[in-house]
Write a protein that binds this ligand. Sequence first.
Ligand code: FAD
Length: 450
Amino acid sequence: MKQEVVEQLVEAAGKGRLDRRAFLTLGAAGAGTILLRPATAQAAPRVKTTANIVIAGAGAAGLAAASHLAARLDGAKITLVDARKEHFYQPGFTLVSSGIKPASYVVSATRDYVPAGVELVEEGVAEFDPEGKKIVTSSGKAIAYDYLVVATGCKLDYAAIAGMDVEQIGNNGLGSIYHSPAKAEATWRAMSNFADNGGVGVFLRPGTEMKCAGAPLKYTFITDDYLRRRGNRGKAELIYNANNKALFSVPIVHEKVRMLFEDRGVKVNYERILESIDLGKRIAVFKTALGPIELQYDFINVIPPMRAPDAVRNSALRWQEGGWANDGWIEVDKHNLRHKRFDNVFAVGDVAGVPKGKTAASVKWQVPVAVDHLVAQIEGKESSAHYGGYTSCPLITRLGQAMLIEFDYKDNLTPSFPGVIAPLEELWISWVMKTMALKPTYISMLRGRA
Ligand SMILES: Cc1cc2nc3c(=O)[nH]c(=O)nc-3n(C[C@H](O)[C@H](O)[C@H](O)COP(=O)(O)OP(=O)(O)OC[C@H]3O[C@@H](n4cnc5c(N)ncnc54)[C@H](O)[C@@H]3O)c2cc1C
């Protein structure tokens, strides 16, 4: 798509000629701050209350929830609890590990986004006690609440891979784009070295639920592109290892990626889960139905299993049975994010035990819904706000092009601009959204303005 078309979209949006959903989602998908609407939360009259609300986790979802609650409530005591002082813009990790942005691009301070009147307790939550309506921090301080919003994100369980040592990321062909800004940058150095020399590149995703399931695929495409640009694709073999029978949970996206991988000469193995790694010998061992299979690599992008953080996983908040119980995802109603057994508890962001939605783009749609239900409860009313599973992934397929994949719980593709941005086409505009417009939109989301 051409620049003029984007400008026309922007102009049409400004004149109210786009339908409301397209207009709002253009902001969500990352078309730049120019399109951001004032949040409806801020337009509604504020509700007077003395409610005591604790938000566990001050990442994307926790900060957005704090901003929405502060805007909607007058007099509430709102406390954010998170030990991490730095805020990480994680959608940018892929760009850092691809040499497109420096690590500083994704790091800022949590305090910069804490709304006025909201208290930030710089400690982790060590224990959730939903029966006692309190949390206990890592220093042993109990904090009581009337309402709890859990937004602790995922734990990256590198320790579950025998032989893995995160300190070695960047050395000896070991990459991992998920760990941190510094390790994303170290991964770039390892991948760039591989693109200079060729060899065997091994890519994978974990057997658990994960945030941004498109990221492992993106990084395979980007590595392929660097090899081609440096004239070394013929010297390399790229192998992608899927955890199950699909490359992506949405069937039509799976098929598109499968075709692109075939076209680019990326070999695919299905039903392989990384269980151990020998960093010195550069051997990865995968669990398969036929027993363990070893792959020798020159470069590997390790993506660890992801679970709820221990404090959540060890609490009564987790699913009690079914596929999400073991990893500790929180048992919420998938349409309103309210806990199924504790009606004063909500979970938003990656920690919510819902079928899709582990992206920052999902947070944008989840938080206003959960907040609307919480505020309605304070008022003694019912909310009809509904989250349909919106999830979005700008799937980079080469430098300068991406597919803007948007979908819902039912695996429907939900393109924000039907007829304008085709979800399964590799487009320049989708690349622009990912690399330039998504971050300002994300920052506005933290402030409750998107
Ligand atoms: C490599 C990569 C690429 C991505 N690409 C995209 C993309 O292109 N588009 C997209 O929309 N999304 C993308 N994402 C996903 C997106 O970043 C997450 O879905 C989003 O950050 C989820 O927000 P969250 O608040 O649930 O978790 P986070 O933002 O991770 O925040 C969780 C917070 O909880 C805190 N916490 C953890 N445990 C506790 C505890 N016990 N007590 C208190 N606080 C705790 C943490 O310190 C952290 O601050 C990507 C992520 C990665 C890693």
